[in-house]
Design a protein around this ligand. Structure first.
Ligand SMILES: NC(=O)c1ccc[n+]([C@@H]2O[C@H](COP(=O)([O-])OP(=O)(O)OC[C@H]3O[C@@H](n4cnc5c(N)ncnc54)[C@H](O)[C@@H]3O)[C@@H](O)[C@H]2O)c1
Length: 353
């Protein structure tokens, strides 16, 4: 197996998950780290035993000794850096959300298609066995036609400090500020639950949305240093899918009691599915068949392990076959999020996607 060289762009919190995943794969070398913050770069490279470090994507591209990239920079940095990497012919696994507007995300999807490289968005909950099994059961018609669904992504880092101090640490503060490119909880974790729900419920095919976004008062004058805390902290959305299903999707950073939990309930004409990722555990339950539907009985279902996005990305780079979720999927999700923001600005109006 030929050696495959991966660059890590952005060496903050999430980059550790990428580096650890690649380090565990035979035939993959962590070629270099890139970060505008020299201290963070040094620490990261030392921790993951990476030989080369660069202060910008341009310097790394000029060096050029890598095949593929994990782009783990903050959301507003994805667009320009990914376009530069695609122009250099590199395969890219980009963090979510793909960009901060649908226009930028669509440009990235077009550039990736034109470059003919592997492009993937790290919608990491595609690693949850219960979700993949639910998707397969829906596709096989096991719950009939889906009429209704409900989905939630619950975090609580604004009410407790299990992940550090949100009001001190830069990595939480940029997520609270639109001037720093954040689309709030909608862009940060909403993108995951929108993917989770629509992937299982039958593809993106979103007909319309109506959405309310809320930003809570969190600091005197609504700011901390350079960070104006104006990005949304909570959203509640109604959506109608092209297959006729309707549902509610919501997410919050103030869901006290939940560190990082996702849930999806799908109700079909022939059964129901309950998909959970709670406390890091994947759980699938189903109510199937006349007797269980009649008595409202739910049973736990087996769900086989699935490979991570990192493993699937590297396999795609090796085989040359495209892999999902790709940039086109990232752009489609971005269109839904843009319409959700427009809907909120119009008082929660129903808008066609
Ligand atoms: N898939 C997931 O489950 C998941 C989880 C957490 C974060 N994320 C995503 O990962 C990305 C990074 O999040 P994080 O929590 O690691 O943030 P972070 O702030 O901890 O790290 C980002 C790093 O990028 C660096 N950076 C900024 N601009 C740069 C540039 N132009 N070139 C090179 N480096 C640059 C920063 O100095 C910082 O070290 C975000 O897009 C976030 O949404 C995804």
């Amino acid at each position: 197996m030929s050696d495959l060289r991966v660059l890590i762009l952005g060496t903050g919190g999430m980059a550790n998950a990428h580096a650890e995943a690649y380090a565990a794969m035979p035939g993959v070398t962590l070629a270099a780290g890139v970060d505008t913050n020299p201290g963070r770069l040094l620490e990261f490279n030392a921790l993951h035993r990476i030989e080369h470090g660069f202060r910008s994507v341009e310097e790394a591209i000029a060096w050029g000794r890598f095949d593929a990239v994990s782009n783990v920079t903050p959301d507003p940095v994805h667009h320009a850096t990914t376009l530069a990497l695609l122009a250099a012919g590199k395969h890219v696994l980009c963090e979510k959300p793909l960009a901060t507007t649908a226009e930028d995300a669509e440009e990235m999807a077009r550039a990736a298609a034109a470059a003919g490289v592997v492009n993937m968005v790290n919608l990491s909950y595609r690693n949850v066995p219960a979700l993949i099994q639910a998707h397969a059961m829906v596709a096989a018609g096991e719950i009939g036609e889906i009429r209704h669904f409900e989905a939630a992504y619950l975090q609580s880092w604004l009410t407790q400090d299990a992940w550090g101090q949100w009001d001190e640490d830069e990595k939480w503060l940029w997520r609270l500020s639109t001037a720093h490119g954040s689309m709030g909880v909608l862009g940060d974790i909403g993108v995951h639950i929108l993917d989770f729900a629509t992937y299982a419920a039958g593809g993106l095919g979103v007909r319309d949305v109506s959405c309310r976004l809320t930003t809570f008062d969190k600091a005197p004058g609504g700011r901390i240093g350079d960070y104006v805390l104006d990005a949304n902290d909570s959203f509640a959305m109604h959506m109608a899918l092209e297959n006729g299903a309707v549902g509610v999707v919501h997410a919050s950073r103030m869901a006290t009691g939940h560190l990082n939990d996702l849930s999806l309930r799908l109700f079909g004409s022939k059964g129901g599915l309950d998909v959970r990722f709670e406390g890091g555990r994947s759980i699938l339950r189903a109510c199937l068949g006349e007797a269980d539907m009649h008595s409202g009985t739910w049973r736990e279902m087996p769900a086989p392990e699935v490979p991570t996005n990192y493993v699937r990305f590297i396999a795609a780079v090796r085989s040359g076959a495209q892999v999902l979720p790709d940039f086109a999927r990232g752009a489609a999700l971005q269109r839904v999020m843009d319409r959700a923001v427009d809907s909120d600005a119009a008082g929660g109006a129903k808008l066609t996607v």
